[in-house]
Design a protein around this ligand. Structure first.
Ligand code: ZN
Length: 233
């Protein structure tokens, strides 16, 4: 996936220039983000950069889906936003299991058994959500119906109805992540820190920086319009 990223070496030089009160320009590059969450980029001066994202996958995918929506790619937007929701359910499960004090290893063993079956993952999420919050989780009807129409039936949809779908997922993610943060604040940051540690292990000594500007701090905005307004700031 293409994504904007800063150059590591130019960023360091810029910081030095800023300290000396000199003017500077930080090039923002077209980077390539892979499944590990690392971004690779090369600047006009030939510096190769590795940038860690510090964002869980559902934030990256939702962000990408919103950009596709803004650019008018409705089907692509639905695909990314639908994936974001599924990965958010996985993230919820992982964080909630940390709270139970269980070792990560057995979780990975069980996850492997359901990793290709989203309906089973959703079933597991429903029960963990109920266990953690005391409430039954419900998806608005549009979330599944609209996704299936676009992804499985290949129906070409209007921009306005796609926005309605993205809006429904936005509020669903917002309330789900809020419920998780309220009950598992420490485990939530532990999960993010572990994600970052895994990325750092892959960086393998190369110079890198952590970049939190990939997406806005998702799901704290009051509305989808506020979220979209932040994207191209
Ligand atoms: Zn550079």
């Amino acid at each position: 996936m293409k994504i904007m990223a800063p150059c590591v070496l130019c960023a360091k030089e810029s910081m030095e220039k800023a300290k000396r009160g000199e003017s500077y320009q930080l090039p923002i590059l077209d980077g390539e983000l892979d499944d590990t969450g690392l971004i690779y980029a090369r600047c006009p001066w030939g510096h190769d950069s590795v940038v860690t994202t510090m964002h869980p996958k559902h934030e990256i995918l939702f962000n990408s889906g919103c950009k596709a929506l803004i650019d008018g790619y409705a089907s692509e937007s639905v695909a990314s936003v639908a994936s974001a929701l599924e990965r958010a359910y996985e993230f919820f499960l992982r964080v909630a299991f940390r709270k139970s004090g269980l070792n990560n290893e057995p979780f990975e063993v069980v996850w492997k058994m359901v990793s290709s079956q989203s309906e089973r993952q959703y079933g597991a999420f429903l029960f963990i959500f109920l266990h953690l919050t005391g409430n039954a989780f419900t998806e608005p009807k549009i979330v599944r119906e609209f996704r299936n129409k676009v992804i499985h039936k290949g129906i070409i949809v209007k921009q306005s109805e796609t926005r309605e779908y993205v809006n429904a997922v936005f509020f669903l993610l917002r309330s789900t992540i809020k419920a998780l943060k309220e009950r598992c604040a420490k485990e939530y940051s532990d999960e993010i820190n572990d994600l970052h540690e895994k990325q750092m292990a892959l960086v393998n000594g190369r110079s890198c920086i952590a970049y939190r500007g990939l997406s806005v701090d998702s799901f704290t905005k009051d509305s989808l319009s506020d979220y979209l307004a932040e994207l191209y700031k």
